[in-house]
Design a binder for this molecule. Structure first.
Ligand code: ZN
Length: 273
């Protein structure tokens, strides 16, 4: 059996319910879980690496506030709570560039707790998984994340950003060509790049996904809801690829789509290894 975790990043107080509904209804109808890496309290002035405002901030310029909690969008919160196969996973706290790249344990702890409090006060179960904004973390940052979560999902691991005491297990993972590994009881998951991305050719996207799934026991497929609605307009061709992916995943007898939490129970296989 092969396992797939679909991770969609950057749901926040400005995410229109209609966008998630359009993208994920075909998954929800087939009972395929979708993990939403959710920003608890998004900063309205967060900018991308090229200095432009983030594209997931739909309409944020109209508010005068510096950060907006998910609680300020009750319609979205109700939608997420109604659709149990949309699994809310903690994606930082404010989603600023170097939020988890600090080495100050007190600051890191405070950010994790602040984000966690927002999500828990809205009635979401405590997230066992964590996704760091922009895949940025310091040795101190990842140490704090690992001490507080059972799963950490990121793009890749780099020796220089890991605590020294993890170097040996990291090298063993590298030599064994393992995409995922475990330290101190926490699963550290990498992913094969954002295969579902508006920057990739539509024609070959589904094939790349099939190939990636065929190459490993567990594949984390990462996408971003706002890439399907750039400048507020739906990209129908790209949305069709996502929906074709849902149909293909549901048809495969040897592929199971799971949630991060399933890795902690008997439904996912990594825990048994
Ligand atoms: Zn993000």
């Amino acid at each position: 059996m092969r396992y797939v975790i679909l991770r969609d990043d950057d749901t926040n107080a400005f995410t229109p319910v209609e966008c998630l509904e359009r993208l994920y209804r075909p998954f929800l109808d087939r009972k395929l879980p979708v993990n939403l890496a959710t920003i608890p309290c998004v900063r309205t002035d967060t900018i991308r690496t090229d200095g432009r405002p983030e594209e997931f901030l739909f309409g944020a310029h109209q508010t005068g506030q510096r950060s907006i909690s998910l609680a300020e969008n009750p319609r979205l919160v109700a939608y997420l709570r109604e659709n149990k196969d949309l699994r809310v996973v903690q994606h930082g706290c404010h989603h600023t560039m170097n939020e988890f790249a600090s080495d100050d344990p007190a600051e890191l702890r405070q950010r994790i707790q602040r984000g966690r409090d927002v999500l828990e006060q809205l009635g979401f179960p405590r997230s066992n998984a964590f996704v760091a904004p922009y895949d940025q973390y310091s040795p101190g940052g990842i140490r704090e994340i690992v001490s507080q979560f059972r799963i950490f999902s990121t793009g890749w691991f780099d020796l220089r950003r890991l605590p020294q005491k993890w170097w040996l297990p990291y090298v063993a993972k590298k030599l064994g060509r393992q995409p995922h590994w475990r330290v101190e009881g926490t699963l550290l998951l990498s992913h094969p790049g954002c295969l579902l991305s508006c920057h990739r050719p539509r024609e070959t996207m589904l094939n790349s996904i099939k190939e990636a799934i065929g190459q490993r026991e567990l594949t984390v497929l990462v996408t971003h809801w706002w890439e399907y609605f750039r400048e507020g307009k739906p990209d129908d061709a790209f949305i069709s690829v996502l929906h074709a992916t849902a149909a293909w995943l549901a048809e495969q007898r040897d592929v199971k789509v799971i949630a991060f939490d399933d890795l902690l129970s008997n439904n996912g296989s990594l825990e048994r290894n």
